[in-house]
Design a protein around this ligand. Structure first.
Ligand code: GLU
Length: 369
């Protein structure tokens, strides 16, 4: 068996999905106890751990004897409020068996988007880790506003966002499958597990396909998206089966379990913020402007063909379908400026404004260039 180089890993985010955690009775206590024991072990191996645990909605639903998938927002919120404290209680009890204290952090996208609340959250996580506690995170489903497309939606994404925000070296996504297969293993028994992936390209994305089960929201597709977020934070990702008894220590030891994703170049926190933000609108630009921004030049008003949506200056917007940017003008100003020369900005908008729409550092390409 080949050994992977993971000795440099000092901080890992471990994500566990609803399928692993729940049993017909509610929580799969055997799994939870094994998971906490493994986390205790990898901490002893010198790796700090932040756990991202799903399960609140599924466990809440089971406590209410609901067996079908919970789809309505109000029921998801209610089930999460019932399931989350129960889940956290059991984490506290299980970690205590290993002389570990656990802590609960419930997040919404707004918390991570807003600089002040994000910094506060990061400080809390840092303090908890320094104290030797295990932060257990989940989306704050009972207050999240999924009906306006404003929630993380799945904990794969949430776990990658956390890994990126706290500069983790490793993201481990535990699932009920072994990793990423060459084809869907449920339909194609000849499918092979892919051990290593250097870059998440279109082929990998097409292999990852659609999502699955009753309570879990993810599937391979959301996991691969999470890997992309982590990769641009310079973070290694591993997708592996949570059903192996020693999967976490084995990953940290560098054993070949699951699918290993090499990290990309670590981008700045600002670039990552732009990349991971929900776009407030869209700017369509012409070929010439596209070529210029690809060469790390500024976006100028003359290259803009259309502006979609209504957004303030400083919001994150899409540039065609290939990049995100933070323009220094609002959508109304951009409508007025589009197609014009830079020297016309003062006469159209007024003085003391920037003479470019977005500088190179305000533009981030969705795929690494
Ligand atoms: N936050 C949801 C829960 O705790 C899980 C979302 C997911 O399945 O990824 O039930």
């Amino acid at each position: 068996m080949r050994v992977r180089e993971l000795t440099q890993v000092k901080r890992a985010v471990v994500k566990v999905g609803t399928n692993l955690l729940s049993s017909p009775e509610g929580i799969d206590m055997e799994f939870l106890s094994r998971l906490c024991a493994q986390i205790a072990r990898i901490r002893q191996m010198g790796c700090e751990v932040v756990l991202v645990s799903s399960g609140a909605i599924g466990i809440g639903a089971r406590m209410l004897n609901i067996s079908e998938k919970v789809t309505s927002i109000k029921m998801r919120q209610a089930c999460a409020s019932i399931g989350q404290p129960f889940l956290q209680y059991h984490y506290s009890m299980q970690f205590a068996e290993h002389q570990l204290v656990s802590a609960q952090i419930l997040l919404t996208p707004e918390i991570l988007r807003n600089r002040r609340s994000y910094l506060n959250t990061r400080n809390t996580v840092e303090t908890l880790l320094a104290l030797g506690a295990v932060p257990v995170c989940n989306e704050n489903d009972s207050v999240s506003t999924a009906e306006i497309g404003n929630a993380f939606g799945d904990n794969d994404r949430l776990s990658a966002m956390i890994a990126s925000k706290i500069d983790a070296d490793l993201l481990i996504i535990l699932s009920d499958v072994e990793g990423l297969y060459s084809r869907d293993p449920r339909k194609h028994p000849e499918a092979e597990l892919i051990h290593e992936i250097k870059v998440v390209d279109e082929t990998i994305k097409s292999i990852a396909g659609g999502s699955g089960s009753t309570f879990a929201t993810g599937g391979m597709r959301t996991k691969i998206r999470a890997v992309e977020i982590a990769s641009r934070a310079g973070c290694i990702s591993v997708i592996a089966s949570g059903n192996h008894p020693d999967v976490l220590p084995e990953i940290i030891e560098g054993r070949e379990v699951g699918t290993f994703f090499f990290p990309g170049k670590r981008e700045s926190q600002r670039s990552r913020w732009i990349l991971n933000a929900h776009p407030a609108g869209k700017i369509i630009i012409d070929e010439g402007a596209l070529k210029a921004i690809r060469q790390r030049k500024s976006l100028l008003p003359s290259g803009i063909i259309a502006v979609e949506g209504s957004f303030p200056a400083g919001a994150v917007v899409m540039i065609n379908d290939i990049a995100k940017a933070v323009p220094s003008f609002d959508s109304t100003e951009l409508q007025a400026l589009m197609g014009h020369h830079t020297r016309d900005i003062p006469s159209i908008i007024g003085n003391n404004r920037r003479d470019e729409i977005a500088r190179p550092e305000d533009i981030v390409f969705l795929a690494e260039q």
